[in-house]
Design a protein around this ligand. Structure first.
Ligand SMILES: Cc1ncc(COP(=O)(O)O)c(C=O)c1O
Length: 455
Protein backbone atom coordinates (compact mmCIF):
# COMPACT_ATOMS: atom_id res chain seq x y z
CA UNK A 1 0.00 0.00 0.00
CA UNK A 2 1.25 3.50 -0.72
CA UNK A 3 2.50 5.84 2.01
CA UNK A 4 0.67 9.09 2.87
CA UNK A 5 2.53 11.31 0.39
CA UNK A 6 0.72 13.61 -2.01
CA UNK A 7 3.50 14.66 -4.40
CA UNK A 8 6.21 12.57 -6.06
CA UNK A 9 9.03 14.82 -7.27
CA UNK A 10 12.14 13.97 -9.27
CA UNK A 11 15.31 16.07 -9.31
CA UNK A 12 16.56 17.75 -12.52
CA UNK A 13 19.13 15.05 -13.16
CA UNK A 14 16.21 12.63 -13.65
CA UNK A 15 15.02 14.44 -16.81
CA UNK A 16 15.14 11.62 -19.39
CA UNK A 17 18.24 11.52 -21.60
CA UNK A 18 16.36 9.84 -24.49
CA UNK A 19 12.92 9.90 -26.05
CA UNK A 20 11.10 6.56 -26.46
CA UNK A 21 10.31 5.57 -30.05
CA UNK A 22 7.53 2.96 -29.88
CA UNK A 23 7.51 2.29 -33.66
CA UNK A 24 10.01 -0.63 -33.68
CA UNK A 25 8.07 -2.36 -30.85
CA UNK A 26 4.70 -2.24 -32.61
CA UNK A 27 3.61 -5.36 -34.52
CA UNK A 28 4.17 -5.29 -38.31
CA UNK A 29 5.88 -2.67 -40.44
CA UNK A 30 4.60 0.90 -40.15
CA UNK A 31 2.47 2.14 -43.06
CA UNK A 32 4.32 4.98 -44.81
CA UNK A 33 2.84 8.43 -45.45
CA UNK A 34 2.00 8.81 -49.15
CA UNK A 35 2.63 11.54 -51.68
CA UNK A 36 -0.89 12.81 -52.50
CA UNK A 37 -0.16 13.29 -56.20
CA UNK A 38 1.48 9.93 -56.94
CA UNK A 39 -0.01 7.75 -54.20
CA UNK A 40 3.57 6.45 -53.65
CA UNK A 41 5.36 6.44 -50.25
CA UNK A 42 6.45 9.99 -49.39
CA UNK A 43 10.23 10.39 -49.11
CA UNK A 44 12.22 12.96 -47.15
CA UNK A 45 12.16 15.18 -50.28
CA UNK A 46 8.37 15.55 -49.80
CA UNK A 47 9.01 17.10 -46.40
CA UNK A 48 12.19 19.17 -46.77
CA UNK A 49 10.29 22.26 -47.98
CA UNK A 50 8.74 22.67 -44.53
CA UNK A 51 10.75 20.59 -41.99
CA UNK A 52 14.48 20.44 -41.08
CA UNK A 53 16.32 17.15 -41.76
CA UNK A 54 16.88 16.43 -38.06
CA UNK A 55 13.12 16.32 -37.42
CA UNK A 56 12.50 14.30 -40.61
CA UNK A 57 15.11 11.83 -39.30
CA UNK A 58 13.21 11.56 -36.01
CA UNK A 59 9.93 11.17 -37.91
CA UNK A 60 11.11 8.06 -39.75
CA UNK A 61 13.48 6.69 -37.11
CA UNK A 62 13.43 2.96 -36.39
CA UNK A 63 15.75 3.29 -33.39
CA UNK A 64 13.98 2.40 -30.14
CA UNK A 65 15.46 5.49 -28.42
CA UNK A 66 16.49 8.92 -29.68
CA UNK A 67 18.97 10.98 -27.68
CA UNK A 68 17.71 14.35 -26.38
CA UNK A 69 20.16 17.17 -27.32
CA UNK A 70 21.82 18.87 -24.32
CA UNK A 71 20.36 22.29 -25.25
CA UNK A 72 16.86 20.79 -25.17
CA UNK A 73 17.42 19.12 -21.78
CA UNK A 74 18.76 22.48 -20.57
CA UNK A 75 15.50 24.20 -21.62
CA UNK A 76 13.42 21.35 -20.14
CA UNK A 77 15.02 22.19 -16.78
CA UNK A 78 12.80 25.29 -16.60
CA UNK A 79 9.85 23.07 -15.68
CA UNK A 80 10.83 19.40 -15.87
CA UNK A 81 10.58 16.91 -14.25
CA UNK A 82 6.91 17.68 -13.70
CA UNK A 83 5.19 16.54 -10.49
CA UNK A 84 3.10 13.43 -10.04
CA UNK A 85 0.31 13.69 -7.45
CA UNK A 86 -1.85 11.22 -5.59
CA UNK A 87 -5.39 12.65 -5.81
CA UNK A 88 -6.26 11.93 -2.20
CA UNK A 89 -8.95 14.63 -1.89
CA UNK A 90 -10.66 13.55 -5.09
CA UNK A 91 -10.56 9.91 -3.95
CA UNK A 92 -12.23 10.92 -0.67
CA UNK A 93 -14.88 13.03 -2.43
CA UNK A 94 -15.99 10.20 -4.70
CA UNK A 95 -15.65 7.55 -1.99
CA UNK A 96 -13.56 5.23 -4.09
CA UNK A 97 -11.49 2.19 -3.26
CA UNK A 98 -9.25 3.11 -6.19
CA UNK A 99 -5.96 4.96 -5.90
CA UNK A 100 -5.85 7.87 -8.37
CA UNK A 101 -2.57 9.47 -9.51
CA UNK A 102 -2.04 12.29 -11.99
CA UNK A 103 0.99 13.64 -13.80
CA UNK A 104 0.71 17.43 -14.07
CA UNK A 105 2.04 19.06 -17.26
CA UNK A 106 0.47 22.46 -16.50
CA UNK A 107 3.64 23.66 -14.71
CA UNK A 108 5.36 24.50 -18.04
CA UNK A 109 5.67 28.19 -19.06
CA UNK A 110 2.78 27.85 -21.53
CA UNK A 111 0.67 25.79 -19.12
CA UNK A 112 0.60 22.41 -20.85
CA UNK A 113 2.64 19.52 -22.29
CA UNK A 114 3.09 21.33 -25.61
CA UNK A 115 6.52 22.91 -24.86
CA UNK A 116 7.96 19.36 -24.60
CA UNK A 117 7.84 19.34 -28.41
CA UNK A 118 7.98 23.09 -29.16
CA UNK A 119 11.45 23.31 -27.60
CA UNK A 120 13.10 20.54 -29.68
CA UNK A 121 11.30 21.71 -32.83
CA UNK A 122 12.49 25.32 -32.42
CA UNK A 123 15.97 24.09 -31.50
CA UNK A 124 16.36 21.87 -34.60
CA UNK A 125 15.02 24.59 -36.90
CA UNK A 126 17.41 27.15 -35.40
CA UNK A 127 20.28 24.68 -35.87
CA UNK A 128 19.27 24.33 -39.55
CA UNK A 129 19.45 28.12 -40.05
CA UNK A 130 15.68 28.65 -40.42
CA UNK A 131 14.53 32.24 -39.70
CA UNK A 132 10.84 31.82 -38.95
CA UNK A 133 8.33 29.14 -37.89
CA UNK A 134 4.67 29.24 -38.81
CA UNK A 135 2.04 27.08 -37.17
CA UNK A 136 -1.63 26.63 -36.26
CA UNK A 137 -3.13 26.55 -32.80
CA UNK A 138 -6.44 25.18 -31.58
CA UNK A 139 -6.71 25.76 -27.86
CA UNK A 140 -3.92 28.34 -27.98
CA UNK A 141 -1.65 26.04 -25.98
CA UNK A 142 0.47 24.97 -28.95
CA UNK A 143 0.78 28.50 -30.38
CA UNK A 144 1.84 29.80 -26.95
CA UNK A 145 4.35 26.99 -26.59
CA UNK A 146 5.92 27.57 -29.98
CA UNK A 147 6.00 31.35 -29.38
CA UNK A 148 7.88 30.69 -26.11
CA UNK A 149 10.26 28.21 -27.78
CA UNK A 150 10.95 30.55 -30.73
CA UNK A 151 11.76 33.36 -28.30
CA UNK A 152 14.22 31.04 -26.54
CA UNK A 153 16.04 30.08 -29.77
CA UNK A 154 15.82 33.46 -31.59
CA UNK A 155 13.25 32.56 -34.28
CA UNK A 156 10.29 34.59 -35.57
CA UNK A 157 6.90 32.94 -35.03
CA UNK A 158 3.58 33.31 -36.89
CA UNK A 159 0.44 31.58 -35.64
CA UNK A 160 -2.91 30.82 -37.32
CA UNK A 161 -5.39 30.49 -34.45
CA UNK A 162 -8.68 28.59 -34.93
CA UNK A 163 -11.47 31.20 -35.06
CA UNK A 164 -13.60 29.82 -32.20
CA UNK A 165 -10.58 29.73 -29.85
CA UNK A 166 -9.41 33.18 -30.99
CA UNK A 167 -12.81 34.53 -29.88
CA UNK A 168 -13.03 32.44 -26.68
CA UNK A 169 -9.46 33.05 -25.47
CA UNK A 170 -8.14 36.57 -26.16
CA UNK A 171 -5.48 36.22 -23.45
CA UNK A 172 -3.89 33.25 -25.23
CA UNK A 173 -3.31 35.67 -28.11
CA UNK A 174 -1.80 38.21 -25.67
CA UNK A 175 0.51 35.50 -24.36
CA UNK A 176 1.77 34.62 -27.83
CA UNK A 177 2.30 38.31 -28.64
CA UNK A 178 4.17 38.82 -25.36
CA UNK A 179 6.59 36.09 -26.46
CA UNK A 180 6.96 37.99 -29.76
CA UNK A 181 4.68 36.01 -32.11
CA UNK A 182 2.27 37.36 -34.74
CA UNK A 183 -1.23 35.88 -34.48
CA UNK A 184 -3.96 35.65 -37.18
CA UNK A 185 -7.57 34.49 -36.75
CA UNK A 186 -8.22 31.43 -38.97
CA UNK A 187 -9.80 31.21 -41.50
CA UNK A 188 -8.02 34.41 -42.55
CA UNK A 189 -8.01 36.19 -45.87
CA UNK A 190 -4.20 35.99 -46.01
CA UNK A 191 -4.06 32.55 -47.69
CA UNK A 192 -5.91 30.71 -50.44
CA UNK A 193 -6.89 28.00 -47.94
CA UNK A 194 -8.33 30.60 -45.58
CA UNK A 195 -10.32 32.33 -48.31
CA UNK A 196 -11.63 28.97 -49.59
CA UNK A 197 -12.97 28.16 -46.10
CA UNK A 198 -14.56 31.51 -45.31
CA UNK A 199 -17.95 29.76 -44.93
CA UNK A 200 -16.63 28.07 -41.72
CA UNK A 201 -16.08 31.18 -39.55
CA UNK A 202 -15.44 29.15 -36.36
CA UNK A 203 -12.55 27.45 -38.17
CA UNK A 204 -10.93 24.11 -37.38
CA UNK A 205 -7.45 22.74 -36.80
CA UNK A 206 -7.52 21.28 -40.33
CA UNK A 207 -8.13 24.72 -41.88
CA UNK A 208 -5.52 26.46 -39.70
CA UNK A 209 -2.94 23.79 -40.62
CA UNK A 210 -3.65 24.41 -44.34
CA UNK A 211 -3.04 28.14 -43.86
CA UNK A 212 0.23 27.62 -41.98
CA UNK A 213 1.58 24.98 -44.42
CA UNK A 214 0.72 27.24 -47.36
CA UNK A 215 2.67 30.16 -45.86
CA UNK A 216 5.69 27.98 -44.97
CA UNK A 217 5.86 26.32 -48.39
CA UNK A 218 6.19 29.72 -50.10
CA UNK A 219 9.23 31.02 -48.21
CA UNK A 220 12.56 29.10 -48.17
CA UNK A 221 13.57 30.72 -44.86
CA UNK A 222 10.30 29.75 -43.17
CA UNK A 223 9.43 26.29 -41.89
CA UNK A 224 6.20 24.79 -40.63
CA UNK A 225 5.81 23.32 -37.17
CA UNK A 226 3.06 20.93 -36.04
CA UNK A 227 2.00 20.56 -32.40
CA UNK A 228 0.69 16.99 -32.57
CA UNK A 229 -0.09 14.05 -34.88
CA UNK A 230 3.38 13.47 -36.38
CA UNK A 231 5.62 10.74 -34.98
CA UNK A 232 8.39 13.12 -33.92
CA UNK A 233 5.90 15.12 -31.82
CA UNK A 234 4.68 11.96 -30.06
CA UNK A 235 8.35 11.00 -29.58
CA UNK A 236 9.16 14.31 -27.84
CA UNK A 237 6.25 13.88 -25.45
CA UNK A 238 7.55 10.56 -24.09
CA UNK A 239 9.43 12.44 -21.37
CA UNK A 240 6.02 12.46 -19.62
CA UNK A 241 5.55 8.70 -19.50
CA UNK A 242 9.17 7.96 -18.64
CA UNK A 243 9.09 10.30 -15.65
CA UNK A 244 5.74 8.86 -14.56
CA UNK A 245 7.21 5.33 -14.51
CA UNK A 246 9.96 6.52 -12.13
CA UNK A 247 7.43 8.38 -9.98
CA UNK A 248 5.02 5.44 -9.72
CA UNK A 249 8.02 3.38 -8.59
CA UNK A 250 8.58 6.01 -5.85
CA UNK A 251 4.92 5.60 -4.89
CA UNK A 252 5.39 1.84 -4.80
CA UNK A 253 2.39 1.18 -7.03
CA UNK A 254 1.76 -0.28 -10.46
CA UNK A 255 -1.06 1.37 -12.45
CA UNK A 256 -3.83 -0.90 -13.70
CA UNK A 257 -4.90 1.78 -16.16
CA UNK A 258 -3.20 4.83 -17.72
CA UNK A 259 -5.42 7.53 -19.23
CA UNK A 260 -4.93 10.64 -21.37
CA UNK A 261 -7.04 12.87 -23.58
CA UNK A 262 -6.63 12.63 -27.35
CA UNK A 263 -6.66 15.59 -29.73
CA UNK A 264 -4.02 14.73 -32.32
CA UNK A 265 -2.68 12.17 -29.87
CA UNK A 266 0.60 13.63 -28.60
CA UNK A 267 0.08 13.97 -24.83
CA UNK A 268 -1.64 10.59 -24.67
CA UNK A 269 1.13 8.97 -26.73
CA UNK A 270 3.75 10.70 -24.59
CA UNK A 271 2.19 9.34 -21.42
CA UNK A 272 1.16 5.92 -22.73
CA UNK A 273 3.99 4.76 -25.03
CA UNK A 274 6.64 4.16 -22.35
CA UNK A 275 4.02 2.12 -20.45
CA UNK A 276 3.04 0.36 -23.69
CA UNK A 277 6.66 -0.60 -24.24
CA UNK A 278 6.65 -2.31 -20.82
CA UNK A 279 3.52 -4.20 -21.87
CA UNK A 280 5.12 -5.30 -25.12
CA UNK A 281 8.58 -6.12 -23.78
CA UNK A 282 8.11 -7.16 -20.16
CA UNK A 283 4.64 -8.71 -20.20
CA UNK A 284 3.09 -5.94 -18.07
CA UNK A 285 -0.69 -5.68 -18.50
CA UNK A 286 -1.40 -1.97 -17.91
CA UNK A 287 -4.57 -0.89 -19.75
CA UNK A 288 -4.12 2.28 -21.81
CA UNK A 289 -7.21 4.43 -22.46
CA UNK A 290 -7.49 7.48 -24.73
CA UNK A 291 -10.34 9.93 -24.01
CA UNK A 292 -11.78 11.96 -26.89
CA UNK A 293 -14.79 14.28 -27.20
CA UNK A 294 -18.13 12.88 -28.41
CA UNK A 295 -18.29 15.93 -30.72
CA UNK A 296 -15.13 14.80 -32.56
CA UNK A 297 -14.85 11.04 -31.94
CA UNK A 298 -11.98 10.12 -34.27
CA UNK A 299 -10.84 6.86 -32.65
CA UNK A 300 -14.28 5.58 -31.68
CA UNK A 301 -16.27 6.56 -34.82
CA UNK A 302 -13.71 7.32 -37.55
CA UNK A 303 -12.69 5.05 -40.43
CA UNK A 304 -9.13 3.75 -40.76
CA UNK A 305 -7.66 4.95 -44.04
CA UNK A 306 -5.28 7.32 -45.75
CA UNK A 307 -6.29 10.97 -45.41
CA UNK A 308 -4.82 14.44 -45.51
CA UNK A 309 -3.65 16.03 -42.28
CA UNK A 310 -5.26 19.34 -43.25
CA UNK A 311 -8.51 20.57 -44.77
CA UNK A 312 -7.18 21.82 -48.11
CA UNK A 313 -5.20 18.67 -48.92
CA UNK A 314 -1.68 20.16 -48.83
CA UNK A 315 -0.01 17.58 -46.55
CA UNK A 316 1.15 14.03 -47.31
CA UNK A 317 -1.52 11.37 -46.82
CA UNK A 318 -1.37 9.77 -43.39
CA UNK A 319 -2.67 6.32 -42.36
CA UNK A 320 -5.02 7.07 -39.49
CA UNK A 321 -8.52 6.96 -38.06
CA UNK A 322 -10.23 9.94 -39.64
CA UNK A 323 -13.58 11.71 -39.72
CA UNK A 324 -12.65 13.16 -43.13
CA UNK A 325 -10.24 16.02 -43.68
CA UNK A 326 -12.93 18.61 -44.29
CA UNK A 327 -15.11 17.61 -41.32
CA UNK A 328 -15.52 20.74 -39.17
CA UNK A 329 -16.32 19.68 -35.58
CA UNK A 330 -18.75 21.75 -33.49
CA UNK A 331 -16.98 24.51 -31.50
CA UNK A 332 -16.67 22.65 -28.18
CA UNK A 333 -14.46 24.37 -25.60
CA UNK A 334 -11.81 21.65 -25.75
CA UNK A 335 -10.43 23.37 -28.85
CA UNK A 336 -7.31 21.22 -28.81
CA UNK A 337 -9.41 18.07 -29.30
CA UNK A 338 -11.17 19.32 -32.47
CA UNK A 339 -9.05 17.47 -35.02
CA UNK A 340 -10.41 15.14 -37.72
CA UNK A 341 -7.56 12.58 -37.51
CA UNK A 342 -5.03 11.23 -35.00
CA UNK A 343 -1.34 10.37 -34.88
CA UNK A 344 -0.66 7.43 -37.25
CA UNK A 345 1.53 5.71 -34.65
CA UNK A 346 -1.27 5.95 -32.06
CA UNK A 347 -3.87 4.77 -34.60
CA UNK A 348 -1.69 1.76 -35.43
CA UNK A 349 -1.57 0.84 -31.73
CA UNK A 350 -5.35 1.24 -31.38
CA UNK A 351 -5.90 -0.88 -34.48
CA UNK A 352 -3.60 -3.56 -33.09
CA UNK A 353 -5.82 -3.69 -29.97
CA UNK A 354 -3.06 -2.36 -27.69
CA UNK A 355 -4.94 0.82 -26.71
CA UNK A 356 -8.61 1.47 -25.87
CA UNK A 357 -10.58 4.63 -26.70
CA UNK A 358 -13.62 6.25 -25.08
CA UNK A 359 -15.70 9.25 -26.13
CA UNK A 360 -16.77 11.79 -23.47
CA UNK A 361 -19.49 14.45 -23.67
CA UNK A 362 -18.76 18.11 -22.96
CA UNK A 363 -20.96 18.62 -19.86
CA UNK A 364 -19.82 15.47 -18.00
CA UNK A 365 -16.21 16.45 -18.70
CA UNK A 366 -16.80 19.88 -17.13
CA UNK A 367 -18.62 18.25 -14.18
CA UNK A 368 -15.45 16.20 -13.59
CA UNK A 369 -13.25 19.28 -14.03
CA UNK A 370 -15.18 21.30 -11.44
CA UNK A 371 -15.11 18.43 -8.93
CA UNK A 372 -11.36 18.12 -9.57
CA UNK A 373 -10.83 21.87 -9.07
CA UNK A 374 -12.81 21.83 -5.81
CA UNK A 375 -10.91 18.84 -4.41
CA UNK A 376 -7.38 18.94 -5.90
CA UNK A 377 -7.25 22.74 -6.42
CA UNK A 378 -5.96 22.81 -10.01
CA UNK A 379 -8.39 24.19 -12.63
CA UNK A 380 -7.91 21.82 -15.58
CA UNK A 381 -7.80 22.66 -19.27
CA UNK A 382 -11.06 21.49 -20.92
CA UNK A 383 -9.03 19.00 -22.98
CA UNK A 384 -7.52 17.39 -19.88
CA UNK A 385 -10.99 17.23 -18.28
CA UNK A 386 -11.84 14.40 -20.67
CA UNK A 387 -9.09 12.32 -19.03
CA UNK A 388 -10.37 13.25 -15.56
CA UNK A 389 -13.89 12.11 -16.51
CA UNK A 390 -12.59 8.71 -17.61
CA UNK A 391 -10.42 8.43 -14.46
CA UNK A 392 -13.46 9.09 -12.24
CA UNK A 393 -15.56 6.62 -14.25
CA UNK A 394 -12.81 4.01 -13.83
CA UNK A 395 -12.75 4.69 -10.08
CA UNK A 396 -16.54 4.31 -9.85
CA UNK A 397 -16.38 1.05 -11.81
CA UNK A 398 -13.70 -0.18 -9.41
CA UNK A 399 -15.96 0.56 -6.41
CA UNK A 400 -18.85 -1.31 -8.02
CA UNK A 401 -16.58 -4.26 -8.79
CA UNK A 402 -15.14 -4.14 -5.23
CA UNK A 403 -11.63 -3.71 -6.68
CA UNK A 404 -8.63 -1.66 -5.54
CA UNK A 405 -7.78 -0.25 -8.98
CA UNK A 406 -4.68 1.97 -9.42
CA UNK A 407 -5.44 4.72 -11.91
CA UNK A 408 -2.93 7.13 -13.47
CA UNK A 409 -3.91 9.95 -15.79
CA UNK A 410 -2.14 12.80 -17.51
CA UNK A 411 -3.38 16.27 -16.55
CA UNK A 412 -2.11 17.83 -19.77
CA UNK A 413 -2.64 21.48 -18.87
CA UNK A 414 -4.32 24.11 -16.71
CA UNK A 415 -7.45 26.00 -17.71
CA UNK A 416 -6.55 29.53 -16.60
CA UNK A 417 -7.38 30.88 -20.06
CA UNK A 418 -10.55 28.79 -20.38
CA UNK A 419 -12.60 30.48 -17.69
CA UNK A 420 -15.29 31.66 -20.11
CA UNK A 421 -16.02 27.97 -20.69
CA UNK A 422 -16.26 27.44 -16.93
CA UNK A 423 -18.59 30.49 -16.73
CA UNK A 424 -20.86 28.88 -19.33
CA UNK A 425 -20.84 25.55 -17.48
CA UNK A 426 -21.53 27.14 -14.08
CA UNK A 427 -24.39 29.18 -15.58
CA UNK A 428 -25.88 25.99 -17.05
CA UNK A 429 -25.41 27.38 -20.56
CA UNK A 430 -22.89 24.91 -21.89
CA UNK A 431 -24.07 23.11 -24.99
CA UNK A 432 -23.51 19.41 -25.49
CA UNK A 433 -23.33 19.09 -29.25
CA UNK A 434 -24.24 15.72 -30.73
CA UNK A 435 -21.85 14.05 -33.11
CA UNK A 436 -23.06 15.03 -36.57
CA UNK A 437 -22.87 11.78 -38.53
CA UNK A 438 -24.31 13.36 -41.68
CA UNK A 439 -21.42 15.90 -41.70
CA UNK A 440 -18.97 13.04 -41.35
CA UNK A 441 -20.52 10.99 -44.13
CA UNK A 442 -20.14 13.95 -46.51
CA UNK A 443 -16.53 14.41 -45.38
CA UNK A 444 -15.69 10.71 -45.67
CA UNK A 445 -17.02 10.64 -49.22
CA UNK A 446 -14.12 12.98 -50.05
CA UNK A 447 -11.34 10.69 -48.79
CA UNK A 448 -8.52 10.38 -51.36
CA UNK A 449 -9.24 7.63 -53.89
CA UNK A 450 -5.80 6.92 -55.43
CA UNK A 451 -4.53 5.07 -52.32
CA UNK A 452 -4.75 1.56 -50.85
CA UNK A 453 -7.89 0.91 -48.75
CA UNK A 454 -6.98 0.04 -45.15
CA UNK A 455 -10.32 -0.77 -43.49
C1 LIG B 1 -4.14 21.08 -22.58
C2 LIG B 1 -4.22 20.27 -23.84
N1 LIG B 1 -4.36 18.94 -23.74
C3 LIG B 1 -4.47 18.16 -24.84
C4 LIG B 1 -4.43 18.72 -26.11
C5 LIG B 1 -4.62 17.81 -27.28
O1 LIG B 1 -3.49 17.65 -28.07
P1 LIG B 1 -2.69 16.29 -28.13
O2 LIG B 1 -3.68 15.21 -28.42
O3 LIG B 1 -1.70 16.48 -29.20
O4 LIG B 1 -2.05 16.11 -26.82
C6 LIG B 1 -4.26 20.09 -26.27
C7 LIG B 1 -4.18 20.69 -27.60
O5 LIG B 1 -4.11 21.85 -27.81
C8 LIG B 1 -4.15 20.89 -25.10
O6 LIG B 1 -3.99 22.20 -25.18
Amino acid sequence: MADERTKYLLTEDRIPTHWVNIAPDLPGDPLPPLNPRTGEPAGPEDLTAIFPMALIGQEVSREPEVEIPDEVREAYRLWRPTPLYRARSLEKAIGTTAHIYYKYEGVSPAGSHKPNSAIPQAYENAQAGVRKLVTETGAGQWGSSLAFACARFGLECEVYMVGSSYDQKPYRRSMMQTWGATVHRSPSNRTESGRANAEHPTGSLGIAISEAVEVAAQDPETNYSLGSVLSHVCLHQTVIGQESIAQMEMAGEEPDVVIGCVGGGSNFAGMAFPWLRRNLRDGATTRLVGAEPTACPTLTEGVYGYDFGDTSGLTPLLPMYTLGHDFVPPPVHAGGLRYHGDAPVLCAAVRAGLIEARAVRQNPSFEAAVLFARTEGIIPAPEASHAIRVAIDEANEAREAGEERVILFNLSGHGHFDLSAYDAYLAGDLEDPEFDRSGVEAALAKLPQNVPALD
